[in-house]
Design a protein around this ligand. Structure first.
Ligand code: UDP
Length: 309
């Protein structure tokens, strides 16, 4: 069984990944500074012998005693509202924070996995987006603190790989949703569910014709685990190519809750990508990855969580 350090372990994806790794019998050292993570996401692991937690900010350095087999860097301000509120921390986490994680992996001779994003494709001019597409990113726009941080993190990861310093993996994560997202993180799915539950207006930005492809968290975690234990060193898209408009998502959530909330149209934030759809051919061929959750089942689980919390 492996010893695995996970940064961002108190976050949405990090806490689900910790659960999955522990269920597989692995030892997990969770790291988080709670800038967007939540102690409640790991509270159930307090007495778990395979889990240990260290409060640390990866941007300031990262310490870990003993051996490590894997370093998984999920520390990220992934919501547009969060990274706009903390642009400098966002830029530093992909650069300085990633550097500290890579140095740790190098010292421990551990495999390093970097969580990148579909945002490296920016506002993509082609669809679906495959890993060979270099993207259409505004380097100075409102989303640049996030996009360029992740692009730098990829470049840094590839440098350590090419220099022969660390064996690395890069996952490009597409829109993911599920239990343990923060109610107020500002992303479309939590906003729409909370608004539909409370009877507030459902806020669609722009005319709602922009598209996203939403992946349920369990499927995304499957992708991370498959990649981790593979030998695929080039970036790989993980998501669900179930593309839909944001207006259709708002309507589906409203219907799922039988909500009387009205759908209102608010201004579209700057540089909001018009379309996003993962080409997962590489993940299917090289990892045997296949998303299994339907949108309806995933939304039902997520709605249950938001009702209870
Ligand atoms: N969005 C929306 N209403 C909201 C929150 C988001 O219409 O209350 C839109 C947003 O403009 C984007 C899409 O939904 O087009 C997905 O936004 P999200 O913040 O979930 O993630 P993104 O894919 O933009 O990183």
């Amino acid at each position: 069984m492996a010893k695995i350090l996970v940064t961002g372990a108190a976050g949405f994806l990090g806490s689900h990944l910790a659960d999955r790794l522990i269920a597989g019998g692995h030892r997990v050292i969770g790291v988080d500074n709670f800038i967007t993570g939540d102690r409640r996401n790991i509270a159930h692991l307090a007495k778990e012998p395979l889990f240990e937690f260290v409060e640390q900010d990866i941007n300031k350095g990262i310490q870990c005693a003993g051996e490590l087999d894997f370093v998984i860097n999920l520390a990220s301000l992934a919501s547009p509202v969060d990274y706009s509120a903390h642009p400098l921390e966002t830029l530093l986490s992909g650069s300085v924070g990633s550097y500290h994680c890579l140095e740790l992996a190098k010292e421990k001779k551990a495999v390093y996995l970097f969580s990148s994003t579909s945002e490296v494709y920016g506002d993509p001019a082609i669809t679906p987006q495959s890993e060979s597409y270099w993207g259409n990113v505004n380097p100075v726009g409102p989303r640049s603190c996030y996009d360029e941080s992740k692009r730098f993190g990829e470049a840094l990861t590839m440098t350590y790989l090419r220099q022969g310093w660390v064996d690395t993996r890069i996952i490009r994560i597409f829109n993911t949703f599920g239990p343990r997202m923060r109610k107020n993180d500002g992303r479309a799915v939590p906003n729409f569910i909370v608004q539909a539950l409370t009877g507030e207006p459902i806020t669609v930005y722009g005319d709602g014709s922009q598209t996203r492809s939403f992946c349920y968290v369990d499927d995304l975690i499957n992708g991370i685990v498959l990649l981790l234990f593979s030998n695929l060193t080039m970036p790989v898209n993980i998501g669900n190519p179930n593309e839909m408009t944001i207006l259709a998502m708002a309507k589906q959530i409203k219907a799922a809750l039988g909500s009387k909330s009205e759908i209102v149209f608010n201004p579209l934030p700057g540089d909001d990508p018009k379309q996003r759809n993962p080409d997962i051919t590489l993940a299917r061929a090289r990892l045997g990855y296949e998303p299994k959750w339907t949108l309806g089942d995933g939304l039902a689980k997520t709605i249950e969580f938001f009702k209870e919390n």
